[in-house]
Design a binder for this molecule. Structure first.
Ligand code: F6R
Length: 357
């Protein structure tokens, strides 16, 4: 039940700090170390490449997962869109393993890939919120999200739960191979939960930003590089699916190769800046669009914030910033939909679980 909340989406956004803390607990053993079934770990470590297969928001979580697993566990990862991959399969590596990410565990596009790779004899893992779901039953191994039921059509807590479990998987696979870990992931995820709460507590400021930036706009752009680019894809999907504003996520460096032609006076451009090694480049991309009339908002971590930036998010481990910046974008989409009188929890043309290909 949504209880005191006006919408399930707001309830589910609000639940996220608690979900992250619960996931940490669920995956910890008595000593506080993360544990994942050894045969599941072996399936990934013995593979020469991990293919992450998913759709929509779960695909966007997979993009962050790739970064985490490559960085922490040194395993090459490819992330693919299920509806494309199943029918246009690239040349696979010699010994692939597959990780299906699906909140519902019922998505037909993902399932048709699972059926195909099982027939080829490859190992398959499903990361899902629903124990006993089709994708969970048909895979060799299951990792659970422990996010609790997600009712709103627009996915929020499932995305952050997916990224959190992927970070735990990445650390566990790294440790299993004696790769030195820079951070203690359990500790860092605790910091993330607090940082998410800080943003949720500042939601009125985000509501005001919505009025300032997208009150009457037809379109909006989200920019980033690296993980910030991946979050900008998710930010755009969320904004378009519930507010019907045409939104796109771009790698900020690609803008000048074509898309910048769309920038007009007052086009809203929201830049996510959380990574020190690309902040100068993205700031310069922002100046380029600003000088062409764009109304730029810079959403930035405390560490990188400069005078005049629009919204500051707390610092966390650099590879976990997506868990925090995405909360800003969820609230942004929520208030945009609300201000336009849209049905936040049940956007038009969409169903919670997509069981057709
Ligand atoms: C967007 C959204 C969808 C789902 C996608 C995959 O907010 O919810 O893009 O992420 O349909 O669904 P699952 O994860 O259930 O396979």
């Amino acid at each position: 039940e949504k209880g005191m909340y006006p919408h399930y989406m707001m309830k589910e956004i609000d639940e996220q700090p608690g979900v992250i803390r619960r996931i940490v607990q669920k995956y910890q053993d008595e000593t506080g170390a993360f544990t994942i079934a050894e045969d599941l770990q072996a399936a990934v470590i013995n593979a020469d490449r991990l293919y992450i297969v998913a759709c929509g928001t779960s695909y966007h979580a997979g993009l962050i997962g790739r970064k985490l697993i490559e960085e922490k566990a040194g395993i090459p990862v490819e992330v693919v869109v299920a509806s494309e991959f199943g029918y246009d399969m690239p040349l696979l590596s010699e010994k692939p393993a597959f990780l299906f990410i699906s909140q519902s565990g019922e998505t037909a596009d993902s399932r048709q890939v699972l059926v195909k790779v099982k027939a080829l004899g490859h190992a398959a893992i499903t990361l899902t919120n629903v124990p006993g779901s089709t994708l969970s039953r048909e895979a060799d191994y299951t990792l659970l999200l422990h996010a609790g039921p997600e009712i709103a059509v627009a996915s929020t807590k499932a995305y952050t739960a997916q990224v959190a479990v992927l970070s735990i998987l990445a650390e566990t696979l790294g440790k299993a191979q004696d790769i030195v870990q820079v951070h203690d992931m359990a500790h860092e995820l605790g910091i993330v939960a607090n940082a998410m709460q800080t943003i949720i507590d500042e939601k009125e400021q985000i509501q005001q930003m919505v009025l300032d930036y997208v009150a009457t706009t037809r379109n909006a752009f989200f920019l980033g590089r690296g993980v910030d680019y991946f979050v900008s894809l998710e930010a755009a999907l969320k904004l378009k699916e519930i507010s019907y504003i045409q939104a796109e996520g771009f790698s900020s460096g690609e803008l000048k190769h074509g898309t910048i032609a769309l920038i007009e006076d007052n086009t809203p451009v929201i830049a996510l800046v959380t990574q020190p090694h690309t902040q100068l480049q993205i700031r310069s991309n922002c100046s380029e669009v600003q000088s062409r009339g764009a109304k730029v908002a810079i959403v930035v971590t405390e560490e990188l914030a400069q005078t005049g930036d629009t919204f500051v998010i707390p610092n966390t481990a650099l590879e976990l910033t997506p868990l925090v910046s995405v909360v800003f974008t969820q609230l942004f989409a929520y208030y945009a939909a609300l201000s336009r009188g849209c049905d936040v929890d049940k956007p038009r043309n969409l169903a919670k679980s997509v069981t057709v290909e």
